[in-house]
Design a protein around this ligand. Structure first.
Ligand code: SF4
Length: 442
């Protein structure tokens, strides 16, 4: 599983589609102490985490010491991911953090200010683009930077900006994604002044959760046909105080608090999350469990009843999923109902390192295709970076006033303007060779 940790407890933007943005989850000054964070990372490794991501419902770059947390994750041997809007004028210790982050996901919802600020209320697209340019420039200088992906949150009103978004991001040499956004910022304007009455009403996420919990009825159970919610296995989320919450599908509301991460075994966390009453009324997609998930659940219940566990499942999940997309190629927020991301016949759960190994032909083909895609993606990024570098060099030459540069440039321009150019000379020189080919001689 991935452990999501919030190392601070605030975001400066007011996105109307986000419970943090409308302050349904209030901003606080809480910051996770580095010592506590390191103990959490150590437990996560013991719990089988394969990655630690430093965000869930916050803007991690608002913490000027982010680089120390990222470094701590890397020193413990795990990769580290960060999600951000990058909508910050000057990010303190930006380069130091970039040096250690493995995966950076930047989310925006427009490339013009007037469109961007509809959802990213209070944000500035010029800050985002200038921070992306800093990353691109560090790469041009050969400095270490994260694998950077820029994600466009798609709503009806911003669809026309997708081509411009893709061009802008590709010119910078980064990968891009288009994800269908949840909610609608036009019909749900930012509300910075939620009152307690709002919070208990249907208008806020927390109000909705409270209503669903108070209306709880076994008849409304969505957990049918022995299906499970994959989020229970894919991640554990921890806030800046070190407390686990139900899942990343909902904000950190008191009703969804599971307990202190360091004081609960992984089995007890899974037991409490699996039996949480909010799941019964949740529409997140379910699917049949695969073998090791059944075993992990069995162990969670046994542990809760005080029984000893032998052959503890090493990892709750591994990074071998798929990205659900619609017919336009846009990513959908969640998998289709009943979809099984991993076919148990195609994978074997390795007892050596706890990872799933592909064994069936479909899984091997998928792994092969993923490797080829990753290679192509890297080559594309490198080619774009090289093209941009050459473009900058040409531009510098063109602007130079040194005669050592201008004289040969003038000569090249003269040659190119002649009807009989250098290129023509090359063509002429190849004529005898072409003739010998057409006459069949070697
Ligand atoms: S069913 Fe819903 S509430 Fe429960 S873990 Fe899944 S997404 Fe979260």
């Amino acid at each position: 599983m991935i452990l999501y940790v919030d190392i601070n407890d605030l975001c400066h933007l007011r996105c109307p589609t986000c419970p943090r943005g409308v302050r349904d989850i209030p901003n606080t000054a809480a910051v996770m102490p580095l010592g506590l964070f390191e103990r959490i990372v150590e437990k996560a490794i013991d719990d089988g985490a394969y990655q630690i991501d430093l965000f869930d419902w916050t803007e991690p770059f608002l913490n000027p010491h982010l680089y120390q947390y990222v470094k701590a994750v890397r020193e413990h041997g795990l990769p580290c991911g960060v999600n951000s809007t990058l909508s910050i004028k000057k990010i303190k210790n930006f380069e130091a953090a970039l040096e250690h982050i493995n995966y950076l996901l930047v989310t925006l919802s427009g490339v013009s200010q007037s469109i961007y600020e509809i959802n990213h209320s209070g944000g500035r697209i010029d800050f985002v683009l200038s921070n992306l340019e800093i990353i691109a420039s560090l790469r041009r200088q050969g400095k270490p930077i994260p694998l950077t992906t820029v994600r466009f949150l798609l709503f009806d009103y911003n669809r026309h900006e997708v081509p411009n978004f893709e061009k802008t991001v590709q010119d910078l040499g980064f990968s891009c994604q288009v994800l269908i956004g949840s909610g609608n910022p036009l019909t749900k304007p930012a509300n910075p002044n939620l009152t307690n009455a709002d919070i208990t009403s249907f208008g806020s996420e927390r109000g909705n959760i409270r209503r669903r919990l108070s209306d709880f009825s076994p008849a409304a159970v969505n957990q049918t046909n022995q299906n499970i919610c994959p989020l229970l296995f894919e991640h554990i989320t921890v806030n800046a105080k070190g407390d686990v919450y139900q899942c990343s599908a909902y904000g950190r509301h008191p009703e969804l608090r599971i307990g202190p991460y360091l004081e609960l075994s992984r089995e007890e966390i899974l037991y409490r999350r699996f039996t949480h009453p909010i799941c019964s009324s949740c529409t997140w997609s379910r699917r049949p469990p695969i073998a090791h998930e059944r075993l992990a659940l069995k162990q969670a219940f046994a542990s809760h009843m005080g029984e000893a566990i032998s052959d503890r499942v090493k990892r709750l999940s591994v990074p071998l999923g798929y990205i659900p997309k619609n017919e336009d190629g846009f990513q959908t927020p969640k998998p289709l109902d009943g979809a099984i991301p991993l076919d148990p016949d195609q994978f074997v759960f390795s007892t050596e390192d706890g990872f799933l190994k592909p064994i069936g032909p479909a899984a091997l083909a998928l792994e092969d295709a993923n490797l080829k895609l990753a290679k192509l993606d890297a080559e594309r990024g490198a080619a774009i970076a090289e093209f941009n570098r050459i473009k900058l060099e040409c531009e510098a030459l063109r602007r130079s006033t040194s005669w050592r540069v201008t004289a040969p440039l003038r000569w090249i321009r003269r040659q190119l303007s002649k009807p009989h150019t250098l290129a023509q000379e090359v063509v002429d020189a190849s004529e005898p060779w072409k003739n010998s080919l057409s006459s069949g001689s070697s």
